[in-house]
Every structure is written in structure tokens, then in C-alpha cells.
Design a protein around this ligand. Structure first.
Ligand SMILES: Cc1ncc(C[n+]2csc(CCOP(=O)(O)OP(=O)(O)O)c2C)c(N)n1
Ligand SMILES: CC(=O)[C@@H](O)[C@H](O)COP(=O)(O)O
Ligand SMILES: [Mg+2]
Length: 620
């Protein structure tokens, strides 16, 4: 059968194991060629081909609920549920999403993008099922990194005590985006490799054949347990949570996978099926990678493995500008330490980790913990830099409020991927952090307009004593290292650019848009004043009052949520100081923004510079 003929999971149910194996190979080749054209999450999907095939072969989606933690590895599921012909549009504007989406298919029974929600979701489904006297199966698939996160642990805790029927598929590829970290990961490694489990691996086949003559799988396991030794079936951490466990199972052996899933179908209560897979399976570049380079990719040449993304000469990513500067500052200040919650690659912190291994901490997917850990380091005399993606910062809101801001601790928070991020879409746009952080007392919140300002702001952040959030977007920026001692930025000050002719309009904006607007104003000979509102908190009240006194129209141009953003700060100030002024506000309205390229999304949301200049044209 051709993969382009798959309309739904029923189409693969008639295949025999040989045909399924051929299908797995076709899917792999398809994934490589298709993702090479569109970009996307390659290696996790290559690793989960047989596992997804086996699940859809044995269970009956959508009645049975098969869903993936994070969702970045749901491409095979999309292929098997009738979306193969839509892959040319993967992650593109109005195309299929890179994660599960309920509007796309009835087979997408849960949506995510952030890690470690699947087990809580599974319990919700199982409880609702039981309360409704229904009989479907609940099958969350969770990776070894996602499973170490606090949220997953909280869910396991309740799943164990509730004892509801579900099959938790533990997809263990011994990798997070890059290498997995932490004590729990070490426990997984023991579980994966220890002799007893190798024994079980062999015994599993016996168990399955025992079952063929009528005994249940678990009965078989219990027999082994009794026959060998109590500790042979060491259910390890899962046993502590009162979960049954079976594994490890070879995640690329369709035969074993199918037999195990057929067995656990009839199991009462929650059971973990531990499946060992290889991230990047079948594509040597991705298989060998331990750095995370092949986790999420932009377009590449499938033959050479070379990325087709071009970094313009003299540019660096914003993340690199920050991390390079951090390395320089840390050379002068031994108290600086760096923390990442599992995003060492994306945050470009490898150079810091190499330069200062003892001052570098990867906490795993644990944003809440990372923030409180940083707070305590600061309280105890260190100068922590916590790099965190804007959308993942949402996980650490209580900690930044309760621990960092309330105790007024000098944690420097690098908010990476601030603003719209593009193809990852709704779950990943970093558009809420300004609104989240502004109400918190003691916070300084800033965004540089260019890499010079970024370097100076970071230096400033370590020379003051408040919690300091510095936000910067995904993407690249021209970069030259500058003298960090020459920092003349004062907290709460904005800067101003004036056209040569007297201005007819004032635009207040921030971030890299400031220079884009200046460039466009010059080209179009617009007579405007452009303000770089580089601090959201505190705002530059003095400059604001002066601007208002000029009696010109003022446009506040934001590229994040309007609600709670810069214009809200300005309006509140005016209201509280009896200043009457009507502003024109541009920014994101009250909805979640879909996925697509940045230019497309900015245009669709009317926050591109063309939209701004259409408004400017009404006043000049
Ligand atoms: C809350 C949160 N933090 C960080 C991430 C970024 N992230 C996406 S996938 C991933 C690694 C997931 O590893 P694992 O669960 O083992 O799945 P694998 O990719 O290995 O299949 C991380 C850290 C995220 N999606 N959500
Ligand atoms: C699924 C996930 O959360 C990450 O893989 C994310 O897609 C990374 O985004 P960047 O590509 O911006 O690092
Ligand atoms: Mg993994």
C-alpha cells in the first residue's frame, strides 16, 4: 500500500507485519524528504514511526484516545490519520500544524506544544470515561525528558492513586532536545540497561508465548517474578507510583510492539509500557546527533544534510548576542551563573557551559524549579542568569512572583523567543510576558532595539539589584562586540529619533521594529518622531509627558498582546496623572495567533510595518 493512499488508521489494520515494516520505511523516507522542504521536528518523528504504527494498528482511534506529549512527534500519527497529502503545508500559514490540532482531525483528541501535559490529560479522559460508563482506551505517549518534568510527576502521583485503566507509553530515546539530564534520567538509564531488564526483555517473549496459551501477560510477569527473584521485575520508579510496568520493548520491532499492545489492552488499571526508541532513526545525520541540531530543523538538503537557512554575514541570533555577552561578563564577575530549563541549544548557551562548566546548570524541563533555584542562588550571593523562552516562562509565573519579585532578588531573566515565533504557532508565541510581568512589584522589564543595546542592557542588569527581565526575539541581528564598560543606559529611560523636518506624528515602539520604522520613514520621507520605549517597567514618564505636550498624534505600535502591554502602561500613567490624551494603538488583539511565517502572521495581525505606515499616512 502506498502511504499517499492512507485515509485513516483502518487502512493499515489489514496489513501484515511485513507490509507494516515496509510501510514504516516508506513513512521514514517521506518524513525526511517532506521535512527537508518545509522544516519541522525531524528526529523525534523518525524515532517514533514503528511505535505509532503499532498503536494505530492495535487500538481504535479516535474512539481510543492516542495522543502525544508536547505533540512535536505527532507527524506519523497525522500521516496515519489521513493527512499525508497535506504535509507540503506543514507548519505554514493556513496549513497543518506542527502539533496535534483538534480542528484538523477527530483523531487529535488533545492539543499541546508545551511539555508534560499528557498524563494530566490522560487522567481527565479516564475519569470522565468511567463517570460516563464508557469503555474507550486512553493512551498517552510521553518522552523521557517530558516525563521528568514536575507536572508529569504530579499527574503520576494521582494516576497511581486513582488506579484508572490507561496505557502510558513511555517513549524512551534517551534524549531531550539535546541530551537528557538529571537523576531521573539516570534512573531511566538503569531501567533501560540493567541486567534484570535484559532478562525481562528475553523473558517478555516467553511471557507473550505463555499468553498465547491463555494466561494474562501480567500473570505471566508475576510468574517470572516469583520464579526468578522478587527484584527481577524491578518496576523502579513506576512501581513507587503504584503503576504496573512492562518493558523495555524494542521500539523499532513492530512484532514485539504489536504483541505487547495487544496484551496491555486487556490490562486493568494504569500500566506503563517502556519503549526504547532511537531519535533520528533511519537518517544517519540525525541518528548521530546528540546536540539537538536535528530535533527541529529548517529546510535542508536531504542528501548532504546541510541546512539551507542562511545567516547573513555579520549577523548572530539574538540568543547568541546575549550568550556571548554573558560569557564576557562572567569573565569579570565570578558570581555570574547560567541556568537553562532544557533549552541549552535553542538558547545558545553551549559556549557558556563550555567556558564555565561549574557555573552552568541545565535543570531539564522544569521552568518552575529553575526560577526558584535562580531566586535562591541570588539570595545567596550569586548573580544568576536564567534563560527561558517567553512562552515557557508562563510555567514559572508563581515562582517569578512569589520567589523572585517578592523577595526583590537580582535574578537576570533572559526572555528568549519574545514576540511572535512563527511556525510553532499558538503554543509558542512569546506575546504574553510583558503583560504577565508588568504587575509584579520590583521588576525591571526591558527590550533592546539592537545588539549594541542588548549588550549594554545585559551589562546593566548585572550592575543593579532588582529582578531584571530582558526580552529578545527569535531571529538574527547585526552584531559587533562593544565595550561593556561604557554602559550609559539608565533604567526606565527611552530614546528618541527625529526626522529632519518637523514631525507630524509620534510613534512609540520597541525592539527591532524601532530601526525598521526609522529605515522606512527615511525611505518614504516621513516626518515622524520615533521613540524607542526600551523599558516597559519603569516607563520613561518624563519623556512621555514631553511627548504628550507636543500635541501630535501618538501611535503606540506593539508587536505583543495589547492587553497589559506598553500602551496599557502608558494609558494607566495618563489616567492616574489626569492627562487627557487619545492614543492610536496597534498590537495583537484578544486571540491566540496561529502558525505561519513571521511576515505572514504580522500582516494578518496588522502589526507589520506596512500596516503601521498606513496608519501614519492618515496623519502626515
Ligand atoms: C514547558 C516546555 N518546556 C520546554 C519545551 C521545549 N521542548 C520541546 S520538546 C523537548 C524535549 C522533549 O523530549 P522528550 O519528551 O524526551 O521527547 P523526544 O523529543 O525525545 O521524543 C523540549 C525541552 C516545551 N515544549 N515545553
Ligand atoms: C517543540 C518545542 O517546543 C521546541 O522544539 C521548539 O519548537 C523549539 O523552538 P525553536 O526552534 O525556536 O528553538
Ligand atoms: Mg526523549
Amino acid at each position: 500500500m502506498n502511504i499517499f493512499d492512507i485515509k485513516g488508521p483502518e487502512d493499515i489494520k489489514s496489513l501484515d507485519e511485513t507490509e507494516l515494516t515496509l510501510m514504516a520505511e516508506d513513512i521514514r523516507q517521506f518524513l525526511i524528504l517532506s521535512i527537508a522542504k518545509t522544516g519541522g521536528h525531524l528526529s523525534s518523528n523518525l524515532g517514533i514511526v514503528e511505535l505509532t504504527l503499532a498503536l494505530h494498528y492495535v487500538f481504535d482511534s479516535p474512539q481510543d484516545k492516542i495522543f502525544f506529549d508536547v505533540g512535536h512527534q505527532s507527524y506519523v500519527h497525522k500521516i496515519l490519520t489521513g493527512r499525508v497529502n497535506e504535509f507540503a503545508s506543514l507548519r505554514q500559514y493556513k496549513g497543518i500544524a506542527g502539533f496535534q490540532k483538534r480542528v484538523e482531525s477527530t483523531h487529535d483528541v488533545w492539543e499541546a506544544g508545551h511539555s508534560s501535559t499528557s498524563l494530566s490529560a490522560a487522567l481527565g479522559m479516564a475519569v470522565a470515561r468511567d463517570l460516563n460508563h464508557e469503555g474507550y482506551q486512553v493512551i498517552p505517549i510521553i518522552g523521557d525528558a517530558a516525563l521528568t518534568s514536575g507536572m508529569a510527576m504530579e499527574a503520576l502521583n494521582q494516576i497511581g492513586s486513582e488506579g484508572r485503566k490507561m496505557v502510558i507509553v513511555f517513549n524512551d530515546n534517551n534524549m531531550s532536545i539535546s541530551q537528557n539530564v538529571g537523576a531521573m534520567d539516570e534512573a531511566f538509564t538503569r531501567l533501560r540497561t540493567s541486567k534484570p531488564y535484559n532478562t525481562i526483555k528475553t523473558d517478555l517473549k516467553e511471557v507473550l508465548s505463555i499468553n498465547k496459551v491463555g494466561k494474562s501477560l501480567l500473570e505471566g510477569m508475576r510468574n517470572i517474578k516469583n520464579a526468578v527473584k522478587e527484584n527481577v521485575v524491578d518496576t523502579s520508579i513506576f512501581g513507587e507510583f503504584k503503576l504496573d510496568y512492562i518493558g523495555p520493548v524494542d521500539g523499532h520491532d513492530l512484532h514485539d510492539l504489536i504483541r505487547v499492545f495487544k496484551q496491555v489492552k486487556n490490562h486493568e488499571g494504569p500500566i506503563v509500557v517502556h519503549v526504547i526508541t532511537k531519535k533520528g532513526k533511519g537518517y544517519p545525520f540525525a541518528e548521530e546527533d546528540r546536540s539537538g541540531k536535528w530535533h527541529g530543523v529548517s529546510q535542508f538538503d536531504p542528501v548532504t544534510g546541510k541546512s539551507l537557512a542562511m545567516l547573513p554575514a555579520g549577523h548572530l541570533s539574538w540568543s547568541e548576542v546575549i550568550s556571548n555577552t554573558l560569557v564576557r561578563l562572567a569573565a569579570e564577575n565570578e558570581d555570574i551563573v547560567a541556568i537553562t530549563p532544557a533549552m541549552i541549544g535553542g538558547s545558545k548557551l553551549q559556549n557558556f557551559f563550555d567556558a564555565y562548566p561549574k557555573r552552568s546548570f541545565d535543570c531539564g524541563i522544569a521552568e518552575e524549579h529553575a526560577m526558584t533555584f535562580a531566586a535562591s542562588l541570588a539570595l545567596n550571593g550569586k548573580r544568576p542568569f536564567l534563560s527561558i523562552y517567553s512562552s515557557f516562562l508562563q510555567r514559572a509565573y508563581d515562582q517569578i512572583s512569589h520567589d523572585v519579585a517578592r523577595m526583590h532578588l537580582p535574578v537576570v531573566i533572559g526572555i528568549d523567543r519574545a514576540g511572535l515565533v512563527g511556525e510553532d504557532g499558538e503554543t509558542h508565541h512569546g506575546v504574553f510576558d510583558i503583560a504577565m510581568l508588568r504587575p509584579l512589584p520590583n521588576m525591571v522589564i526591558a527590550q533592546p532595539k539592537d545588539s549594541n543595546e542588548a549588550q549594554l542592557m545585559l551589562a546593566l542588569a548585572f550592575h543593579q539589584d532588582s529582578p531584571f527581565a530582558i526580552r529578545y526575539p527569535r531571529g538574527n541581528v547585526p552584531f559587533t562586540p562593544i565595550n561593556l564598560d561604557a554602559c550609559d543606559i539608565k533604567i526606565g529611560t527611552w530614546t528618541i529619533w527625529e526626522s529632519e523636518e518637523p514631525s507630524k506624528v509620534i510613534v512609540i515602539s520597541y525592539g527591532p521594529d524601532v530601526d525598521r520604522i526609522i529605515a522606512k520613514a527615511k525611505v518614504n520621507n516621513k516626518h515622524i518622531t520615533i521613540v524607542n520605549a526600551r523599558f516597559f517597567k519603569p516607563i520613561d514618564e518624563e519623556m512621555l509627558v514631553t511627548l504628550i505636550q507636543r500635541k501630535l498624534p501618538i501611535i503606540i505600535y506593539e508587536t505583543d498582546m495589547l492587553c497589559g502591554g506598553l500602551s496599557d502602561a502608558i494609558l494607566s500613567y495618563c489616567n492616574d496623572n489626569q492627562i487627557t490624551k487619545q492614543f492610536i494603538r496597534i498590537g495583537l488583539e484578544d486571540h491566540f495567533v496561529e502558525h505561519g511565517s513571521l511576515p505572514q502572521l504580522r500582516k494578518a495581525e496588522h502589526i507589520d510595518t506596512n500596516s503601521l505606515f498606513e496608519v501614519i499616512s492618515q496623519y502626515d
